[in-house]
Design a protein around this ligand. Structure first.
Ligand SMILES: Nc1nc2c(c(=O)[nH]1)N[C@H]1C(S)=C(S)[C@@H](COP(=O)(O)OP(=O)(O)OC[C@H]3O[C@@H](n4cnc5c(N)ncnc54)[C@H](O)[C@@H]3O)O[C@H]1N2
Ligand code: MOO
Length: 401
C-alpha cells in the first residue's frame, strides 16, 4: 500500500477540527486558557477623576501661579471621598488614587509645595492646569471590548479581566487526551525487569507534548498485547470523556500489532495509516464519533516525533490555540546522504556560531535511541528524494521543545 505523504496526512488530521465547547471557570483558574467569549468591560476604570500623585488638589488657575497662599481645607485618600467643594484659594491634601474633590481639576505634587504654617501651602513652581489627574474612563469604559475571543490568557489579560469586574470567564475546554501504551514487554519505570522486558517510556514524552499545548492528560498505563486488554483501556478512555485517544505501539504489521483491530471494533473509522516519513511510518489516524484516535508507532523516537508533528497541532486546534512548528534555516555541520521516498526527521546537535545555527546530524538514527533525541535541539527535515547535502549547505530545522 502506498504511503500517505506528510502534507496530506496533516491536512486530513486537521481539516474538520475546531475548538471544543466553552466552560465557565473562576478567574484564578483562567491562566493559560483560551477565551471562548470576548471580555467586555462591566465597569469604567477609573470610575472617577483620580489623583495620579500624592499632593494637593486645587483649581487649575491656582496651580499656575506661585503668588499667594492656599488654605488646606481637608484631606482625601484612596477609598474615601471629600464631601465639600473647593473654591479659588483653597486646596485639599490628596493621595494617589483618591477621587478629585468637587471644584478641583489639578494636583500639585507635594515636592513642589512649602507649608509655611499649619493648614496653609505655598507653591514653589507653577503646575499646568489638569496635571497629575487620571480622567474617569482613561483605561476603559463600560461596554468596551477589552480582550477578544480566542486570546490565550496571560498575566496582564487576567488582571485586566479582574479590573473589568469579571469573577469568571468562559474559556475553551481543555482537550482530554487518554494515553495507552501497548506491549507485553513493557513495565513501568522503577520495575525489576524480567527476561525480554523493557521500560515503558513513550507515555511520558507523549503526555509532556500534550500538556505543552494545553491538554489534560489521562495516562491509562500499559495494555499487554491482548485484544481484550487493549479494548478495556479504550473503553475506559471513552467513558472518561477523552477527546483524543493516543496509543503507542502495536501500529505496525506484526502479529502482535492489534491496535487497529481493537479500535475498529470499538467503533473507529480509519482515516489514514502509514505515512511517508521516518521515523513514524506506521502512524494511524481515525475517528470514533467525536473522539480522534491517533495510533503512534512504538519506537520511542517515532512516538516523540509523531507527537510533535501530529498530536500537538491536533490538541492545540481542539483547545482553540494557534500552533506552528518552529522551522528555521540552519547550516549543516555534517554531510547527509540522498533521501528516499520518506520525509526524514533527522536528530541533530544544534549550536550557534556567529549568529548562525549549525545543525550536525547524529551518525546513527535508529528510532529506538532516546539519548540522541534528548540531546537534539531540533530535527533536520529532509524532503522525499532530496539529493545529498554537504557540510555548510543550508537545511530546514524543526525546533523541538
Ligand atoms: N515488517 C515490518 N516491521 C516493522 C515495520 C514495517 O514496516 N514492516 N515498521 C517498523 C517501524 S518504522 C516501526 S516505528 C515499528 C513500530 O511498530 P509498532 O507501532 O507496531 O510498535 P511495536 O512493535 O509495539 O514496538 C516497536 C518498538 O518500540 C518499543 N516500544 C513500544 N512501546 C513502547 C513504550 N511505551 N516505551 C518504550 N518502548 C516501546 C517496543 O519494545 C519495540 O522495540 O515497527 C517496525 N517494524
Ligand atoms: O517509524 Mo519507525 O520509527 O521509522 O522506526
Amino acid at each position: 500500500m502506498a504511503l500517505v505523504p506528510m502534507e496530506t496526512a496533516l491536512q486530513r488530521l486537521l481539516e474538520d477540527v475546531g475548538p471544543l465547547d466553552g466552560e465557565s471557570v473562576p478567574l484564578k483558574d483562567a491562566y493559560d486558557r483560551v477565551l471562548a467569549e470576548s471580555i467586555v468591560a462591566l465597569r469604567t476604570q477609573p470610575p472617577f477623576d483620580a489623583s495620579a500623585m500624592d499632593g494637593y488638589a486645587m483649581q487649575g488657575a491656582d496651580a499656575q501661579t506661585t503668588d499667594g497662599e492656599l488654605a488646606v481645607i481637608g484631606e482625601v485618600a484612596a477609598g474615601s471621598t471629600f464631601s465639600g467643594s473647593v473654591e479659588a484659594g483653597q486646596c485639599v491634601r490628596i493621595f494617589t488614587g483618591a477621587p478629585l474633590p468637587a471644584g478641583t481639576d489639578t494636583v500639585v505634587i507635594q515636592e513642589n509645595v512649602d507649608r509655611p504654617a499649619d493648614g496653609v501651602i505655598r507653591l514653589r513652581e507653577p503646575t499646568a492646569a489638569g496635571r497629575n489627574v487620571r480622567r474617569a474612563g482613561l483605561d476603559f469604559t463600560t461596554g468596551d471590548l477589552l480582550v477578544e475571543k480566542g486570546h490565550l490568557m496571560r498575566a496582564s489579560a487576567l488582571s485586566l479581566a479582574a479590573s473589568a469586574n469579571h469573577a469568571r470567564l468562559k474559556v475553551v475546554k481543555r482537550p482530554l487526551v487518554a494515553i495507552i501504551a501497548t506491549g507485553d514487554e513493557l513495565c513501568l519505570p522503577g520495575s525489576e525487569l524480567g527476561p525480554g522486558q523493557i521500560i515503558s517510556s513513550n507515555s511520558y514524552g507523549i503526555a509532556a507534548a500534550a500538556r505543552a499545548v494545553g491538554a489534560d492528560v489521562l495516562d491509562l498505563g500499559i495494555a499487554p498485547d491482548r485484544e481484550d486488554a487493549i479494548s478495556a483501556l479504550v473503553k475506559q478512555a471513552v467513558a472518561a470523556g477523552a477527546d483524543v485517544i493516543v496509543t503507542s505501539g502495536g501500529a505496525s504489521v506484526g502479529d502482535h500489532d492489534l491496535v487497529h483491530k481493537v479500535l475498529t471494533r470499538e467503533g473507529m473509522t480509519l482515516d489514514f495509516w502509514r505515512i511517508a516519513m521516518r521515523p513514524g511510518k506506521p502512524l494511524m489516524f481515525g475517528r470514533m464519533d467525536n473522539i480522534r484516535c491517533l495510533g503512534l508507532p512504538g519506537n520511542p523516537v517515532a512516538s516523540l516525533v509523531c507527537s510533535q508533528l501530529f498530536l500537538k497541532p491536533l490538541l492545540a486546534r481542539l483547545g482553540g490555540r494557534t500552533f506552528h512548528q518552529d522551522i528555521r534555516t540552519a547550516t549543516l555541520g555534517a554531510p547527509v546522504s540522498a533521501n528516499d521516498h520518506r520525509q526524514d526527521y533527522v536528530r541533530a546537535a544544534i549550536e550557534e556560531r556567529d549568529g548562525q545555527l549549525i545543525a550536525t546530524p547524529f551518525g546513527v538514527q535508529d528510532s529506538s535511541m532516546l539519548r540522541t533525541m534528548a540531546a537534539s535541539g531540533g530535527l533536520v527535515i529532509r524532503a522525499p528524494f532530496q539529493p545529498a547535502s554537504e557540510i555548510g549547505d543550508p537545511c530546514q530545522l524543526m525546533m523541538i521543545g
